[in-house]
Design a protein. Structure first.
Length: 264
């Protein structure tokens, strides 16, 4: 079981390294801090041909912010062996998967879909706020590819389990579990929302030698002094240690950890 902790307001420090981190084996240092590359409404944070080499099985991460539109939002379709996680932060998406199933994903919900699914922003009444989405590709090991669900799974916001400020999308945290029926093993993905100067600590499970976070709102201070800004991604070194952050203003971010996918 993995754990995260938040610290009461009275004890928040600018860089809260202390006995908790020491007992957990020290902090997990940053290996890479990178800006996303914006192309139209999409900011590419992880791509298979660069950072994805360090973060596999997480091989692509896009953050999108767009006005309402009916054409497809994500123009690149993943190859076989990839399952996609699409997290709607604000606005609403509609989708049609390869089986012909159609549906909507509202703010706070997410979809878990096999390669070839199509997601686009439905063109209805104008939204009060822009669509904001994280779109993640997860590469499955060959031994598990036959187990990938043929149909899409969508989880509405009110069914997403939460541990403190972290909403569990894949894997588990404390007593919170992902609602995905065929969630991959040895992999966690959370979306975390912190208030100004609120601390968050995450100890990846044993064997999780890949870990990263990407900020979609606000910014974070890391325990070693680095700062992660909006539309930046931080990749941490392996193999052990606690990930410890503090929010600078109202901040939200996606965090993932997993066992590294072997390469041939």
């Amino acid at each position: 079981m993995v754990h995260a902790m938040t610290v009461p307001n009275e004890s928040r420090l600018a860089h809260p390294l202390g006995a908790r981190a020491f007992l957990a084996g020290g902090t997990r240092p940053v290996a890479l801090l990178a800006n996303g590359r914006r192309s139209g409404p999409i900011t590419r944070l992880i791509t298979p041909w660069d950072i994805g080499e360090l973060t596999a099985p997480f091989v692509l991460l896009n953050y999108a912010e767009a006005a309402r539109r009916s054409r497809p939002l994500f123009g690149i379709h993943p190859p076989s062996g990839i399952t996609t996680l699409t997290v709607v932060l604000t606005g609403e998406l509609s989708f049609e998967d390869v089986s012909g199933k159609r549906g909507e994903i509202a703010a706070g919900g997410f979809g878990w879909m096999k390669a070839g699914s199509v997601i686009w922003h439905e063109d209805e009444a104008a939204a009060r706020e822009p669509l904001r989405v994280f779109h993640l590709w997860v590469e499955q090991p060959r031994s598990a590819q036959k187990e990938i669900a043929a149909a899409s799974e969508t989880i509405p916001a009110d069914e997403v389990q939460q541990d403190g400020p972290a909403r569990v999308l894949l894997g588990e945290l404390g007593r919170a579990r992902s609602r995905i029926r065929r969630a991959p093993a040895d992999l966690n993905v959370f979306h975390v929302h912190l208030k100004d100067r609120q601390d968050f600590h995450y100890v990846p499970p044993d064997g999780h030698d890949v870990s990263w976070l990407a900020v979609d709102c606000g910014s974070l201070h890391l325990a070693e002094g680095e700062r992660v800004l909006w539309e930046q991604v931080a990749v941490f070194r392996s193999p052990a240690g606690v990930i410890e952050v503090q929010a600078d203003g109202d901040t939200s971010f996606m965090l993932g950890s997993a066992t590294r996918l072997p390469r041939p």
